[in-house]
Design a protein. Structure first.
Length: 268
């Protein structure tokens, strides 16, 4: 499938997103901070750029990639979700092949496991993280005191008050040792805080789905590259002129010294 080529002129934040620098929203912040220059001049919000524009970020040239790449990773516990960690801890990028512009889509805290997407496509990041697109996330949790009682599930669905505002689950049901919970948003450690608020602290947390995309039997620490079909299931069509792979790549894993024992996650 061939996508339409990018327009002759486009908003600078869209150009930066296509280059994999950041989502459009974060690209706007980079522009507002004066870190982006176009043809040697400091850029401004609302600016458009054409095909021949010379765009730099912090002095480094920026150009859209020929083809965006997106990966699904089974994130292990103990790995931080960031491009680079100032404390020298292992990051999710250490588990994937080196790809310029690759960055995590959203967050999954260090102690949590499961499905995480990483992409070079800033527009995809915007699509998957902005609340208006409604990409629900499904989690399998294990609680310190076992299966979550149904009244606690109803409390999660009704909403609980957290220190940064109210939060509610779209759905919650008991499961052996804990629960299956579906969230429509993803604030920092939100689900852990929600379960603590109803008196059932989390011992283990595994993300199993992002929208209709499932973790499935992808081993802990392993990854696979998403296909056109995967992206279509997420309601997304790439904006670059070159297509993504037409079939899903074989799952790949990191070297054995980085692997943890694999277990098949329970499907919600």
């Amino acid at each position: 499938m061939k996508d339409e080529p990018p327009p002759a002129a486009e908003r600078l934040q869209r150009f930066l997103a296509r280059a994999g620098v950041a989502s459009r929203r974060k690209a706007e912040a980079l522009i507002a901070a004066g870190r982006v220059r176009v043809d040697g001049e400091t850029a401004h919000l609302g600016q458009s750029v054409g095909p021949g524009a010379r765009v730099t970020l912090d002095g480094a040239p920026v150009a859209p990639v020929a083809r965006h790449r997106t990966f699904a990773l089974h994130k292990p516990a103990g790995v931080v979700v960031t491009v680079a960690d100032e404390r020298g801890r292992r990051t999710v990028l250490d588990l994937l092949p080196p790809v310029p512009g690759l960055h995590p889509v959203g967050r999954l805290d260090r102690d949590s496991e499961g499905l995480l997407l990483l992409t070079t496509d800033g527009a995809l990041t915007q699509r998957l993280t902005h609340p208006r697109y409604g990409h629900a996330k499904t989690y399998r949790v294990w609680c310190a005191d076992g299966a979550l009682p149904r009244p606690a599930c109803r409390a999660l669905e009704a909403g609980v008050e957290l220190d940064d505002g109210p939060a509610r689950a779209l759905r919650a049901r008991p499961a052996p040792g804990g629960a299956v919970v579906v969230l429509g948003d993803g604030r920092k450690r939100q689900l852990r805080r929600m379960l603590a608020a109803v008196g059932h602290p989390v011992e283990r947390l595994l993300r199993t789905h992002l929208g209709s995309l499932a973790l499935g039997d992808l081993a802990v620490g392993a990854w696979r590259e998403l296909s056109q079909g995967d992206l279509a299931r997420l309601g997304y069509t790439p904006s670059t002129s070159a297509p993504v792979p037409s079939s899903t790549a074989e799952p790949r894993s990191v070297p054995s010294r980085r692997r943890r024992p694999a277990g098949r996650p329970e499907e919600p």
